[in-house]
Design a protein around this ligand. Structure first.
Ligand SMILES: *Cc1c(COP(=O)(O)O)cnc(C)c1O
Length: 766
């Protein structure tokens, strides 16, 4: 396809045989075959043992054909060959595998083996030419099959060196070559990126806006892989996918039930559509981790009450919600039983929308069964059930370019047909989408299809489980000596598959932890999760989202005598080039994505040990966090790691930040205006920036979203409440903390910090 040596698509063939003595007819035939293939520019890899062959298959997904020689009459050899075949077939159902055999003995090959190979090669009887011809035909067929529609068309088109008279104006990159900076850019990204950056005028590839040609085929293919009736490729992230769905489903003065734990894009969509949001408030635990919305908030009566309690809903709407959006899984990896949510919320709405931005892999591993929007198959879907939407950021936890996102739809009650839905789609799409992003969605689907998705997700789950077990074990060892170590937020015990006995997490079998969803359920009354008497089976922790906990929080949420703020650890890790996903007061989130490499967590674990050492020895900050000390010389120059951590912990205790966070997020503010009304005031500049002291009773013009947890404390149009209320209380605690610890300040969207370190927020003028 592309003609250089690093071409990932150069034909690569693996030959596996054991004990073929050098000067036999078989050896000569194999050698001749190899030369013949190599003359065709095929790369031939030879494994002279089955174990080596197995290792090659596991480590090199670019192998496009396997030639396997077995001694038909040798039981041991057949067993080893069978093992290799099992490895191949557990990863790839379509890879062509030929058995090299003599025609005479073929009848003696065990059925188990025959079942897993495609065909025979009569290595002694047929001519080399004929054999290599058959191999190449199988490879061609496989390659044809293995590439998804859009990428295949794009790669083929980029190869045709046409003269383009259309946009993009860089015309295959040539414009960049006319300047030094441009040339540097061109060289950095390589020609193929520019050749595949095409405009909608290239008819051969179809169009994203009318879903035609290879792009349309690719969306159909994606729908098949992800279990949707229809799927849409979106090139501006799930931010846009959420907006498309909400704009298509709910309009001015209609009610949308919104998870209060929603992404900012939901706020934007509600603002644009003029809908009235009625919030579903999630639970939260002692660490400030946001849990699921509990079932008692989703019943018909509870929804009715939430609507009745919302002044704006009463003023503006007919009181009937038309759409509900839920974040699944949550950022911290809590996944709903989707069936149960459907059963509950289905009593109140016809359309259910799951924001699965971080959860695109769920369909591909049985560990997540029944816990994602597109569970089951379209053919079995009861069309009297709600219509289901899912948004997934392909780029987040699958493999795709940034901004690649997908919308999946399963039609049930009150569906939105394609014609109407596409109006909303086009309203948010660019007329010049970046084709490599589109192709990356299609490739992502191809990677997850069939055995691939299971193998990739298994790898991530296996690694996460090993890390979790290791930390649990080390924690137990240190604690038994009266010492401290980090821990992981996870069950303390699991129930053994066979005996039903309670086993400490660190001693549980990896086999069970990686395959039994029961290990990860939030069971009613279990202390570790902190969500109390939650309904059994309702919510599961996703093992690949690992929250490491630092010491300091008691089970009841009180801060203990002593502890270590997670922010100190995050900053320390950052200095070692380890960048974490998210930090709360006492937890740090690490993602084990499908890109994880074996043992990558060893480095992280080492760094945790080093922190412990440096903490216990109070190592000077100037040595371990030089960047921080350089930036804030006066503040930190004389401190050690323990000094900093202790002082920060004490401050958090005094300010009560963790409790204040819980309090701030457990009330729903009074909505004075709908989001669109508040936004209109912003556009008309009828706003002023106020300090926290000036804000009691005022209506905010923009959302106020502290990160973490990244959920809105205040939505546009909501009232900040009294001076001593939980909302301003929390913001004041954050402000006081930020003043005291430069370099560790919080990031709160909607808050500007003025020159005197005051928080200011845009409010609507009285
Ligand atoms: C990241 C995220 C989005 C937006 O996705 P992008 O692809 O970054 O636009 C939407 N919802 C949730 C829950 C997210 O975390």
């Amino acid at each position: 396809m592309f003609n250089n040596n690093t071409d990932p698509f150069r034909v690569k063939i693996l030959m596996i045989y054991e004990e073929v003595p050098g000067n036999t007819a078989v050896a000569r035939a194999i050698k001749a075959l190899r030369s013949d293939l190599e003359a065709d520019d095929v790369k031939v890899i030879v494994s002279e043992s089955f174990a080596d062959g197995e290792a090659v298959i596991k480590s090199d997904p670019a192998i496009q054909c396997v030639l396997l020689k077995v001694e038909e009459k040798d039981n041991q050899c057949c067993n080893k060959a069978l093992k290799v075949l099992d490895v191949i077939r557990s990863r790839n159902h379509n890879l062509p595998v030929f058995l090299m055999a003599g025609r005479r003995d073929a009848s003696e090959v065990p059925v188990d083996i025959l079942d897993k190979v495609n065909d025979f090669i009569w290595i002694l009887e047929d001519t080399t030419d004929f054999i290599s011809g058959r191999i190449m035909a199988a490879v061609e067929h496989y390659r044809e099959f293995v590439l998804p529609p859009m990428f295949k068309a794009l790669a083929a088109f980029a190869k045709v060196h046409e003269y383009s008279w259309h946009t993009p104006g860089h015309t295959g990159g040539t414009a960049f070559l006319k300047s030094t900076a441009g040339r540097a850019f061109f060289n950095f990204f390589n020609e193929e990126v520019f050749r595949s950056d095409l405009s909608i005028s290239v008819g051969e590839l179809g169009s994203l806006l009318d879903h035609s040609g290879p792009i349309g085929e690719s969306e159909k293919y994606i729908a098949g892989v992800f279990g949707a009736d229809r799927s849409y490729t979106v090139t501006n992230g799930s931010s846009t996918s959420n907006r498309v769905i909400l704009m298509a489903s709910v309009t001015r003065n209609q009610i949308a039930l919104c998870d209060r734990n929603c992404h900012k894009s939901v706020e934007h969509a509600i603002t644009m559509s003029g809908a009235v949001p009625v919030y579903l408030v999630p639970s939260r635990n002692q660490y400030g981790i946001i849990g699921p919305i509990l079932p008692d908030k989703l019943t018909a009566e509870a929804v009715k009450k939430s609507v009745a309690d919302n002044r704006l809903a009463a003023d503006h709407s007919d009181g009937k919600p038309v759409h509900a959006i839920i974040t699944n899984s949550t950022y911290d990896g809590l996944c709903y039983n989707v069936k149960r949510v459907k059963e509950l919320l289905g009593q109140s709405v016809d359309r259910l929308h799951f924001d699965e931005a971080w959860y695109g892999y769920a369909r591909f591993n049985p560990l997540y069964r029944d816990r994602y929007a597109m569970s089951g198959n379209p053919a079995d879907y009861d069309r009297n059930d709600p219509t289901i939407f899912a948004t997934q950021s392909t780029h987040k936890l699958l493999a795709a370019f940034s901004q690649a996102s997908m919308i999946h739809i399963r039609e049930g009650r009150n569906p939105i047909d394609h014609k109407r839905f596409n109006e909303a789609f086009m309203m948010h799409a660019s007329t010049s989408p970046f084709y490599p992003i589109i192709a990356s969605n299609d490739i992502s689907a191809a990677m997850m299809e069939g055995e691939g998705g299971k193998a990739l997700t298994d790898d991530a789950i296996d690694e996460a489980v090993s890390f979790r077990k290791t930390v649990a074990r080390i924690n137990a060892e240190y604690r038994s000596k009266g010492d401290w170590f980090f821990n992981v937020w996870q069950p303390d015990y699991i129930y053994d598959d066979e005996s039903g006995k309670k086993i400490p997490f660190a001693d549980a079998s990896e086999q069970q932890l990686t395959t039994d969803p029961g290990c990860w359920l939030l069971r009613p009354g279990d202390k570790w999760h902190g969500f109390g008497d939650i309904e059994d089976g309702y919510c599961m922790l996703d093992p690949i989202k690992v929250s490491v906990t630092t010491p300091g929080v008691a089970d009841n949420g009180d801060l203990e005598e002593w502890g270590i703020p997670a922010a100190v650890l995050t900053s320390y890790l950052d200095g070692k080039g380890i960048v974490v996903e998210k930090t709360t007061d006492f937890t740090i989130l690490f993602l084990f994505s499908i890109g994880v490499t074996k043992g990558k967590w060893g480095t992280l674990l080492n760094a945790l040990f080093e922190f412990k050492n440096d903490y216990d020895n109070n190592t000077p900050l100037s040595r371990i966090m030089p960047a921080l000390v350089k930036e804030h010389e006066d503040r930190y120059r004389k401190m050690g790691l323990k000094d900093l951590s202790d002082e920060m912990y004490k401050t958090m205790k005094e300010l009560g930040t963790t409790k204040a966070l819980s309090a701030g997020f457990s009330v729903l503010p009074q909505p004075d205006l709908t989001p669109v009304e508040a936004y209109e005031q912003l556009v008309k500049n009828n706003i002023e920036s106020l300090k926290l002291d000036e804000m009691p009773g005022r209506t905010v013009a923009t959302g106020v979203v502290p990160y973490p947890p990244g959920i809105p404390l205040l939505m546009p149009g909501e009232n900040a409440g009294p001076a001593d209320g939980p909302l301003l209380g929390y913001l004041k605690a954050l402000e006081a903390f930020d003043r005291k610890f430069p370099g560790f300040t919080h990031d709160t969207h909607g808050v500007e910090v003025d020159n005197e370190q005051n928080y200011t927020i845009m409010c609507i003028k009285k």
